[in-house]
Ligand binder design. Sequence first.
Ligand code: FES
Length: 569
Amino acid sequence: MEKKLRSQQWFGKKGKDGFIYRAWMKNQGIPDDEFRGKPVIGICNTWSELTPCNAHFRELAESVKRGILQAGGLPVEFPVMSLGETLIKPTAMLYRNLVSMDVEESIRANPIDGVVLMCGCDKTTPSLVMGACSVNIPAIVVSGGAMLTGKYEGRDIGTSDIWRFSENVRSGIMTEEELNLAEAGMCRSRGHCAVMGTASSMACMVESLGLSLPENAAIPAADSNRKVLAQFSGRRIVEMVKEDLKPSDILTREAFENAIKINAVIGGSTNFVIHLLAIAGRVGVDLHISDFDRYSRNLPLLANLQPSGEYFMEDLYYSGGLPAVMKEIETRLNTGCIAVNGRTIGENLHKAKVLNRKVIATLEDPFKLDSGVAVLKGNLCEGGIIKPSAADPRLMQHTGKAVVFENIEDYKIRIDDPELDIDENSIMVLKNVGPKGYPGMPEVGNMGLPKKLLDKGVTDMIRISDGRMSGTGFGTVVLHISPEAAENGTIALVKDGDLIALDVPNRTLNLLVDDEELSKRRAALVKQPEVFKRGYAKLYVQHVEQANLGADFDFLKGSSGSEVLRDSH
Ligand code: FES
């Protein structure tokens, strides 16, 4: 027997209540029969001109609508707060949890039977998925797709080049005029960043979890197949409502393991760790930071994509897309997991094949041996992460003297001071950029090197912080140190000149200072005054968890379901 549609708790009512629920909707020109038992499909749209990566979403939503109508559903589009990575201050991550609340409450409060999540720029994916999971009605993700590859002076460029350009300008290799030309060629079409940064990693994450149709991750925003996929997704969500296929049916522990393995072989973003942990928390899957190391160890890097490699997202699509990558590691995946199309991951891979070996390598002859994220432990952290594929192999085991910056402003003031006591063997330590300390954990962990070392030709150094790094960033960068400095983690105790030992093969990160001295320093820590006295930032600082737990709010973990018990009419 088919389950009664949730939307009928509104539109199926008689008398005054039903009148009110339907009558105002009819001002949009919707005929009465649309309210009499059709699945109502919400299109949760993060369109905004302030989120350029999602600026094409109104048009894309039209394709979703067409699919919903074809399958006999009633589409209703609604906005939620949109997080554009490039403009939002102080950092979009501060608002990820807020958006997840917006999404959760918007879905639950409205007469919606299923929802299409329109995701693009980095945080718009995890926030929508987190919110939808906490309601747990049928949901499907439609990603916006990556931009076409950027062009500058006849060569391909992408977001990762910004860091190189910036260092080149600082060291005088590039002029401001040349930088302007590169700026004009960087973002030459609709879509999100064209490298395997966080947005692309998130699009791959939803596809590997089974939350989107196959091929969703890599179709470029400008390719007409993106609209076709949106239309198919619109058709499919109507069927999912009839089948009552919910996120909790798809997001099993095995699905999360698949996502970790796939993120490893594609060289996905370090931000993947924090967002996947938060999503697992919403669906009650017991995922631990150590699982990221466990499931990505022994998997090599297969995708030759920037920032770890050479190519761009459109190259991935025309080489077979994410299914082709997944096919290469099919024997390592939990192929029995169900995806939104109702088929298993294994069934979805039947026709997948690699079309270009320069972009997608084989397990036997991989692009690089190192992949994924290494999770570090030691007296400096309970959890810290590094992306070995984007780091300098020579620095994987290294002991050096700490050069400490108390916060990002301190770093900006002193980094180019010729008197700064630093050389290429030093280890740069940045404090107070964690979830509570900044607050919001900005992407500043891959701090630029001192100009005097750039001038000497130094291109990489170990950098350690309690912050994050852009998914497009690279370097020997240890991130997400937990507990963070603002929680009196050991990172708060590091002083200039202390020796720090990084040992990635053995997964350790230690401050070589004896326990007695550390106890003294801990006792001398001064409690920081409360900076945020009101508003969302106060709520955030009070309730955000540490990075190794996913930086969700403590009170948002889990699901409240879709029931609304009270009704004010
Ligand atoms: Fe939106 Fe990179 S700025 S994805």
